[in-house]
Write a protein that binds this ligand. Structure first.
Ligand code: ADP
Ligand code: MG
Length: 700
């Protein structure tokens, strides 16, 4: 049966070695043993791995695969894969298809070219990949029908240091599960045995005509336009958001859904976003581990499918100046294995008490580690968004909604609940008043908003891996829950202790709650008064990874050692410098090889026209003078940029170098852009060497 004639339920997950396939294809005992490893983290025996590997291979081959790969997530932020075929020579000139348990469990990619931030000396370059059986293996199909079995893996050095984004994520999930369970037990829960952090990551993206993209070196090498005068129409009519989807885009989205569904990715909603040519896809939430793997696949598939439609998918945080950039909303919560969402207020006094405890934990966690959360979203691309009146500001705060905030304070103080109630509410005895559920969309400006039964972290960049933000969320939650659990375990009266915890939390950390407009200048001032950090650029923000506070936090919960954490600080700071360096070199090349020659050509034409027109040539003369001035400025500014790049390149300390790229190189680039954009507005359209914003944004 061809894929296109399959129904959606038949198609969904058809390329995943999922629970149903395992149940069908594995001997009962093997299936049970594997499930135990997946659910409880027990050690997988080699015999079990051998049987699973064989079943996986047979399944993949039946589906057309000839190769497998250990699929991993190095610190570059993208994914890596090296394909091995299943063939094994028999010695008689023939081959058989083989895949052993050892090959499933462990791989040894030559890892010397992946960033390690000094964790792995080059003489022991080999890292190893280890099967993560909690994220199902799947098949990747390319357009020509080539099929590869992909095995999600963690990537470590031989001495066990995490060289990737998955390892700390798995560790943080274990940490938050352990501490959340302690809290639940202390509150009398006897049914839950595991707590999982869950995420639904809404993904924004732009589509652009491939032909135009290929004519723009900046889009090709930086993912964003470095130049471009604004189009006459932008997003001011608000006619794109949720607008009717054009046929061509609809065809793309349909193909995208099919590809994602086959890989078991629950693509659920799709719509036009605020900026022209901007769109969004949201999946149904999953565990933070699987959601992170899936979001990487979403980004990759979005780009791959776009090419089939002669379009390019832009995942950069700010492809175009003047219209909205793209982000990723990370909807996060905690659930028990028996189906309780711990951030759901519930309906009974018991549920309410549990909710208040977890809410208090997050208020405390986010206030204590706001700097770390901000750092997990730092990148040169995201610097264009955070604080630019379209995305949340660089200041972390929590939106709870006024009603919930009032209730929280009233309960903490033992005061009467204003609405309806006449008596003060006793934790564990009375029910919370009904809270409005439609809080969600009332405050789109908050970076960390409570949306009824989960928190929505809205600071993440569209191109980044969501691993980092979720490592941080899981770990800071683990720490706060740990402290609460220790108190509840000792308490004689648990409900009275909850009340005390709530009161103390609000007194100490209530400053992080802000329900107003996060875009306003008053908030920046107010936040400063409250002592909240406001790191407006990546270089400053990333320093939160290098503090004793961060070191202590991540080490205490076995998420990242001091060395592992520091390597990340170094790598991300260096990545910032590298990105700005590429942008600067691209800008220089475009100006010298495309813009300046085009302007000179125009001036030659103008000069000839001035001569030919004689005394009637005043318009040409004025224009020539104007163009000549702008060209002169551009030439000076490009020389300045070249000079700043040279100076920055010569700095050898990572931190100082990144600061130079931010303060000197980036600033010189912004200056240069002004002259070029001014030239674009007065030059004839046919002489301008690259497609304009109006082409890129409106011609899809
Ligand atoms: P919106 O109004 O923003 O569309 P939704 O309730 O549809 O709100 O949720 C947006 C995202 O949040 C989806 O990806 C959804 O699956 C996810 N989500 C819903 N519940 C949870 C949860 N308990 N944990 C994590 N993510 C969740
Ligand atoms: Mg949202």
């Amino acid at each position: 049966m061809s894929k296109s004639s399959m129904s959606v339920p038949e198609m969904f997950g058809s390329n995943v070695f999922n629970d149903a396939v395992m149940k069908e294809r594995l001997p009962k005992e093997t299936y049970k043993a594997l499930k135990k490893t997946i659910e409880q983290g027990s050690k997988l025996q080699p015999e079990v791995a051998a049987v699973v590997a064989n079943a996986m291979k047979d399944w993949a081959i039946e589906k057309g695969a000839s190769h497998y790969t250990h699929w991993f997530q190095p610190l570059t932020g993208s994914t890596a894969e090296k394909h091995d075929s299943f063939i094994a020579p028999t010695g008689t000139g023939a081959v058989v298809m083989e895949f052993s348990g050892k090959q499933l469990i462990q791989g040894e990619p030559d890892a010397s070219s992946f960033p390690s931030g000094g964790l792995r000396a080059t003489f022991e370059a080999r890292g190893y990949t280890a099967w993560d059986c909690t994220s199902p293996a799947f098949l990747k199909e390319d357009a020509v029908g080539d099929v590869t079995l992909c095995i999600p893996t963690a990537f470590c050095s031989y001495t066990g240091e995490a060289l990737d984004k998955k390892t700390p994520l798995l560790r943080s999930m274990a940490a938050v599960s352990k501490q959340a369970l302690r809290v639940l037990k202390a509150m009398g829960n006897t049914t839950s045995s595991r707590v999982t952090s869950t995420v639904g990551a809404e993904q924004e993206y732009f589509l652009a005509e491939k032909e135009f993209y290929l004519d723009r070196l900046d889009l090709m090498s930086c993912g964003r336009t470095l130049f471009g005068a604004p189009a006459p129409k932008g997003q001011e009519l608000e006619d794109q958001y949720f607008g009717a989807i054009k046929d061509r885009v609809a065809a793309y989205m349909k193909d995208l859904d099919i590809e994602l569904w086959k890989m078991g990715i629950t693509s659920k909603t799709k719509h036009n976003e605020v900026a022209p040519a901007q769109f969004e896809m949201a999946p149904v939430f999953e565990t933070t581990n699987i959601a992170t793997d899936h979001n990487q696949l979403v980004m990759e598939t979005m780009q791959k499918v776009a090419l089939r439609h002669d379009m390019v998918c832009l995942l950069h945080e700010k492809p175009y100046a003047g219209v909205n950039g793209s982000g990723k909303h990370n909807n996060w919560s905690l659930s028990t294995d028996d189906g309780i969402n711990l951030l759901d207020p519930g309906h009974t006094p018991g549920d309410n008490a549990q909710f208040l405890v977890f809410l208090a934990a997050l208020v405390k966690a986010v206030d204590t580690h706001a700097d770390i959360m901000r750092a997990t979203c730092a990148s040169s691309g995201n610097d264009h968004r955070l604080g630019a009146n379209e995305a949340p500001p660089a200041i972390i705060s929590i939106f709870l909604g006024q009603e919930l905030t009032d209730v929280l304070y009233a309960v903490a103080k033992g005061e009467k609940i204003k609405k309806g109630g006449t008596q003060s509410l006793k934790i564990g005895v009375d029910s919370l008043p009904e809270l409005p559920k439609d809080n969600t969309d009332r405050n789109r400006t908050s970076p960390f908003a409570f949306t009824g039964n989960k928190f929505e972290f809205r600071m993440c960049g569209s191109s980044q891996s969501i691993a980092g933000p979720n490592v941080a969320l899981n770990t800071i939650a683990a720490e706060a829950l740990d402290e609460i659990a220790s108190r509840l375990e000792k308490a004689k009266n648990v409900n009275a202790e909850i009340q005390a915890i709530l009161k103390e939390t609000l007194a100490k950390h209530g400053r992080i709650i802000f329900n107003g407009n996060n875009y306003s200048a008053e908030w920046a001032k107010e936040a400063e008064k409250r002592g909240l950090p406001n790191n407006r650029n990546s270089v400053d923000a990333l320093k939160a990874f290098a503090t004793p506070k961060a070191t202590k936090l991540f080490a205490k919960y076995n998420v990242l050692t001091k060395e592992e954490l520091h390597s990340r600080y170094d790598i991300y700071t260096e990545q910032y410098a590298k990105h700005i360096n590429i942008e600067a070199l691209t800008a220089i090349q475009m100006v010298k090889r495309e813009y300046i020659p085009a302007v000179i050509n125009f001036m030659t034409d103008l000069g000839a026209s001035v001569n030919a027109a004689g005394k009637y040539g005043s318009v040409q003369k004025d224009l020539l003078a104007q163009v000549s001035t702008l060209l002169g400025n551009a030439a000076k500014k490009v020389a300045k940029l070249e000079d700043e790049v040279k100076k920055a390149q010569a700095i050898d300390k990572v931190e100082k170098q990144a600061a130079a790229y931010r303060d000197k190189v980036f600033t010189a680039m912004v200056e240069l852009r002004k002259e070029i954009d001014a030239l674009e507005t007065i030059m004839p359209r046919d002489l301008w060497p690259v497609p304009a914003y109006s082409d890129l944004l409106f011609k899809l």
